[in-house]
Design a protein around this ligand. Structure first.
Ligand code: ATP
Ligand code: ATP
Ligand code: MG
Ligand code: MG
Lengths: 221, 221
């Protein structure tokens, strides 16, 4: 269960303060599939970074499974980032000196999964996103859409109960995008995975059961 | 005038050869507006890099304004990249230690434009893409869509006769994407700028007068 109470976030640039989130309150139940939509620059990635424990709000409260995140210690936060939440970054964030396979293995190395098991799982995940023939490529040897699919496979590595995907089909053609959405939805069907998906694509939003709109840092109905 | 004759491109990975473009022949007339579409990994960016003189074909001929590109010297190529062709990269390729304004100024610095004139032009271009209030931000202080719009403004800096845009609206919401397409099409109306636009978005392709489809490294009708 994800609960935000009047979450605000401002950045400081020189002496100017830039308010980005101006008071977001929302609840996402376990097993929900939610689309997050809004204009470029409206605060979607900022909100996802807070929900994913990658950034902290300037004020307000974030409660994850009934525990206030601001009361958690470093180890608890590290556990959440590695085991509880899978994150697909908008700019992929692949490690350039690792191959596609190694990028997908990385979360499993942190989670202590054995070598043989993690290689098999990583190959299985690359296959699920249509890239079994690119496992030995480095990110610079992959197309934009292929890099995005490696980032998706990596987010699924530890089969986390929550997946936060920031425009997961942005670099994909319609058909490839559809197969990725079907993969994510199948995880929700099979394991009850909670999905929050930022998208600019109305078709992707239509796959989700609920749509949350954000504009200028505030939710709009 | 852009003319490709049986252009092929293969990458070498360890000892394996990966054919990516398998024989592309096409002509783009001056002032045309062409959409380039195809599945993820089909060779769109590879083709655009060759047309933009950022990469060379493994075999085949590329003739730009009646001059074979393989016969050009370094200075001629540098002139084409700086003055003749504006390129919007799929992954933006902004310089991280420069502000949005400085990124847009960069092509004009290479072209020898005076300081006052280039600052005014750069500000005007940022305004045209809706980012006049973000001119002092570094790329990491901008959202994904804002970075993309800075990359678009930079490609227009020297008002080049050819613009190659690799998924220019991939990170933009529908409304922002529409205003960017209207900006590009207005350049075609006013100056006769030739546009080649890679896209996964059928709406963007519908703005173009011609659509070229690519699949597995070959053009399909
Ligand atoms: N340096 C490289 N070494 C080996 N293979 C490469 C290299 N760069 C690209 N490729 C391969 O070339 C193919 C075409 O890549 P390209 O970037 O042109 O695709 P694309 O059509 O732009 O796809 P997308 O829509 O995902 O951006 C891909 O299968 C990719 O794996
Ligand atoms: N480090 C920073 N310093 C200052 N401002 C920032 C910083 N990071 C982001 N911003 C600003 O915060 C606002 C929200 O950014 P965010 O990345 O959340 O937008 P978004 O909704 O994800 O947009 P897009 O659809 O373009 O990805 C933007 O206006 C951006 O300029
Ligand atoms: Mg974003
Ligand atoms: Mg591409």
């Amino acid at each position: 269960l994800i609960e935000l109470r009047d979450v605000k976030k401002s950045y400081k640039l020189d002496s100017i303060e830039i308010p980005v989130l101006k008071g977001i309150s929302m609840i996402v139940e376990k097993g929900e599939v939610v689309a997050l939509v809004g204009p470029s620059g409206s605060g979607k990635s900022t909100l996802m970074n807070i929900i994913g424990c990658l950034d902290v709000p300037t004020s307000g409260e974030y409660i994850l499974d009934n525990i206030p995140v601001q009361n958690m210690n470093r180890d608890q936060i590290a556990h959440i980032r590695n085991k509880k939440i899978g994150f697909v970054f908008q700019n992929f964030n692949l490690i350039a000196r690792l191959t596609a396979l190694e990028n997908v293995e990385l979360p499993m190395i942190y989670a202590g999964v054995g070598r043989k098991e993690r290689k098999e799982r990583a190959m299985e995940l690359l296959n699920m996103v249509g890239l079994s023939d690119r496992s030995g490529h480095y990110p610079t040897q992959l197309s934009g859409g292929q890099q995005q699919r490696v980032a998706i496979a990596r987010a699924l590595a530890n089969n986390p109960p929550i997946i936060l995907a920031d425009e997961p089909t942005g670099s994909l053609d319609t058909a490839t995008g559809k197969s990725i959405m079907e993969l994510l939805l199948s995880l929700n069907d099979k394991f009850g995975t909670t999905l929050i998906i930022v998208t600019h694509d109305p078709t992707v939003a239509s796959y989700c059961r609920r749509t949350v709109r954000i504009k200028d840092g505030l939710l709009v109905e």
